[in-house]
Design a protein around this ligand. Structure first.
Ligand code: 13P
Ligand code: SF4
Length: 348
């Protein structure tokens, strides 16, 4: 057992020793004890763009979750190794769509709608789901380009299958002026629709969600506004439609940071997103009144699995020549998944 101070010191020593052999990207939800080591921080889109551009490092130590590390592996050179300090750092939402479920859903949708659907996937999905979308002409998207990508998809085909986050899909559809009645939920467990379908159906929403963002409710918004009439509500679009439609602002983690960076001194904010980011914004903006939209403070357990001991262990393994926890997407999957990612990167 080593204390936090000892581990932090060891982390900096190893990072310096490994120099340009390693590159450390970090997502905004990472713990303070880990994000301090990041060479670059970003939302999912920026982290994908950075991975695609970073060609010199031998090892990319990804401080984020599994689908982000897979995406980095797909976009980097063959010789570069992507390491996830704790392999158990998955994403509950990404786990809600398996390739087996998608293939069954697709055959059902083909029978009903023929060749009128384009599969689109939120980047929070497995490499196999991305590969399926790539093979069928679709693309990935993130919370910062969902509107643009959905518009692009509807210029290609009459309908979209939107995986796996029903809330981001619905919120983006409404933003583009698609009536709620023209969007229908597909339940992959029951293998059936929840609601009516027909010629009018434009968006088929996969019944997935984020277990962190589902905890922010319209009741929380009402409580915050009652307690503080001056409060402005700022949320991530993985929150449900009721929450996003009642919030003052909604956007990706980068957008949330930008809004707070430009907020008027003394203004009041309730933020609906992961706890580490909310706490960091609170501490770095002492001239603002910031609190979590849900007073219980919502943590993403898997993002938090990347902690100081795992991170320093990864550095030490590389230094010892025994790098472990390498995330490697099989070539056949990566070949199709990259098509979906490149269609997105070309438009971002
Ligand atoms: P961003 O792309 O907005 O950073 O979101 C990633 C994520 O997992 C949010 O839950
Ligand atoms: Fe996945 Fe939600 Fe965690 Fe983001 S916050 S990584 S969507 S479980």
């Amino acid at each position: 057992y080593a204390s936090k101070d000892v581990l932090t010191e060891e982390g900096w020593r190893l990072k310096e020793q490994l120099g340009s052999r390693i590159y450390i990207p970090g997502h905004h939800y990472q713990r303070d004890e880990v994000i301090q080591f990041a060479d670059d921080r970003g939302d999912s889109l920026r982290l994908a763009q950075l991975a695609a551009a970073k060609k010199e490092a031998d090892y990319i130590i990804f401080c984020g979750v599994h689908f982000m590390a897979e995406t980095a592996d797909i976009l980097t050179d063959q010789r570069q190794k992507v390491i996830l300090p704790d392999r158990r750092a998955g994403c509950a939402m990404a786990d809600m769509a398996t390739i087996h479920q998608l293939e069954r859903a697709w055959s059902h949708l083909q029978t009903q709608f023929g060749d009128t659907i384009l599969p689109m996937t939120y980047i929070n999905s497995t490499a196999e789901i991305k590969a399926f979308c790539g093979r069928h002409g679709g693309a990935t998207l993130t919370s910062s380009n969902a509107g643009k990508m959905m518009q692009w998809a509807l210029s290609q085909k009459q309908r979209i299958l939107f995986l796996p986050d029903q809330h981001l899909g619905r919120n983006t559809g409404v933003q583009l002026g698609i009536p709620l009645n023209d969007m229908v939920v597909w339940d992959p467990v029951r293998e059936s629709f929840e609601g009516d379908t027909g010629e009018h159906t434009q968006v088929i929403l996969w019944k997935g969600f984020c277990t962190v963002h589902e905890r922010f409710t319209a009741g929380n918004i009402a409580d915050c506004r009652r307690e503080d009439p001056d409060v402005q509500i700022l949320v991530h679009p993985e929150c449900d439609y009721e929450v996003v439609s009642q919030a003052d602002f909604a956007g990706s983690t980068k957008y949330i940071i930008d809004v707070i960076d430009h907020a008027a001194a003394g203004s009041h904010w309730a933020i609906g997103t992961e706890m580490n980011l909310v706490n960091r914004l609170k501490h770095s903006h002492p001239h603002l009144h910031i609190r979590s939209l849900n007073p219980m403070m919502c943590a993403c357990l898997t993002m938090n699995r990347i902690d100081l001991p795992h991170f320093v262990w990864s550095l030490a393994q590389i230094a010892a020549g025994t790098a472990d926890n390498i995330i490697s997407v099989p070539d056949a999957v990566a070949r199709d998944a990259v098509l979906a990612l490149e269609r997105m990167l070309a438009q971002s």
